[in-house]
Design a binder for this molecule. Structure first.
Ligand code: PLP
Length: 394
């Protein structure tokens, strides 16, 4: 066998030895709480489709209509010929959507949130910048910070005192604080009002990744900035459109000058083919739903399920994390035990992902339960019952 392949196989065997092998299950139906997997209907608590829009008939219809209007592919990058009327409309609509929170707002649409984060950080920070990164930030922010070549300083989760000291000591020409709004594996919220006050005091950007807040938080679903009622020229906001918005892609919203700079300079924006215009077209319908009465109803339903989960789940060995969001992790500890619990749930027809290192710190392997407005109160009763039974038997 080739030495190269043998070396990789040895590394894969190590992954197995630590119970860290990941495998993909193949789904055969739309992403809903009753998802068809390997010919079986499963009750799923895995997706980030927090409002239950991923299979919404009006959005599916808009996607079909978009394909009829614009075809299948965009054909080129945005700066060549791939920027369609649908992309332009979506960006205008997104800018209006976040306008109450951002001065002179403009929005830029991306194929994925991962790319939006690479683009945002690499365009705004360079080797002359100090970039202060929260320790539980999403991998895409970490990679964006690396790509930017900024001097990266990681501050401990939620430790604003420490961040304050780091900012005070910085003599860099540009300063930037980067944080998730809702931490994706813990479900808790960053203290954005205090972070923003600190950034204003130090003339620093506050870059917020609202992947798990956009559509869900705030009275109109405008996200975490609406939730905390924040507005500042120092804010750079990233929201994703493949989670609560139910479709795909992401956007950065900020002062028009920030966005224009990104159009001119952000390589992950410039050197990639634009997303299919039909996707942008479908997102216009998704935004209408999020902002309208139906969105408000879906957010209220999600909130009811979160309260039900917190009030009914009783655990002694395992630990439900403190979270007010749709992300409700249950920390189990050891990788192999977490895997076994997830397998036992699966046998009983319930699909909850086990999250292991390196996604979470060693020794904190967990079930990551995500609730959706498409779940019913009965679905939550089932999960709570089975989980409590499994804990007793563990
Ligand atoms: C999902 C996620 C992203 C990436 O967004 P995609 O559109 O899935 O690429 C970025 N940041 C956070 C916090 C996320 O949870």
């Amino acid at each position: 066998m080739s030495k190269l392949i043998a070396a990789l196989d040895a590394q894969l065997a190590q992954i197995d030895a630590q119970s860290l092998r990941r495998r993909r299950r193949i789904t055969e139906s739309p992403s809903t709480p009753r998802v068809q997997v390997d010919g079986r209907s499963m009750l799923a608590f895995c997706s980030n489709d927090y409002l239950g829009l991923a299979a919404h008939p009006q959005i599916v219809e808009a996607l079909q209509q978009g394909a009829e209007l614009y075809g299948a592919g965009s054909g080129a990058s945005h700066l060549i010929s791939g920027h369609s009327r649908a992309h332009a409309q979506l960006e205008e609509r997104l800018a209006e959507f976040v306008a109450p929170q951002i001065d002179n707002a403009r929005a830029l649409y991306f194929c994925t949130g991962y790319m939006a984060n690479l683009a945002m950080l690499s365009a705004l920070a360079g080797s002359d910048a100090d970039l202060f990164s929260e320790s539980l930030n999403h991998a895409s922010l970490i990679d964006g910070a690396r790509l930017s070549r900024a001097n990266v300083q990681v501050y401990p989760h939620g430790d604003i005192e420490k961040l304050s000291a780091l900012l005070a000591a910085s003599t860099a020409a540009k300063k930037m604080v980067v944080t998730d709004s809702v931490f994706s594996m813990d479900g808790d919220l960053a203290d954005l009002p205090r972070l923003l006050a600190l950034c204003e005091q130090h003339d620093a950007w506050l870059v917020v990744d609202d992947a798990h807040g956009f559509g869900v938080l705030g009275a109109h679903g405008r996200g975490v900035l609406e939730h905390f009622n924040l507005r500042s020229p120092n804010l750079v906001y990233m929201g994703t459109l493949g989670k609560a918005a139910g479709v795909a892609g992401a956007f950065v919203a900020a002062h028009a000058s920030v966005i224009e700079w990104m159009v001119q300079r952000a390589r992950p924006y410039i050197y990639t083919t634009a997303a299919p215009p039909a996707v942008a077209h479908a997102l216009l319908t998704s935004l209408d739903i999020i902002e309208g009465a139906e969105g408000a109803e879906r957010r209220a339903q999600l909130q009811n399920l979160i309260v039900q989960w917190q009030e009914t789940l009783q655990l002694s060995k395992w630990q439900a994390m403190e979270s007010s969001t749709a992300i409700q992790p249950v920390v189990i500890g050891a990788n192999d035990v977490a895997m076994q619990v997830a397998a036992n749930l699966y046998e009983r027809g319930i699909w909850v992902p086990a999250i292991r290192p390196p996604t979470v710190p060693a020794g904190t392997a967990r079930l990551r339960v995500t609730l959706s407005a498409a779940h019913t109160a009965d679905d939550v009763v089932q999960l709570v019952d089975v989980l409590q039974q499994l804990e007793k038997g563990a």
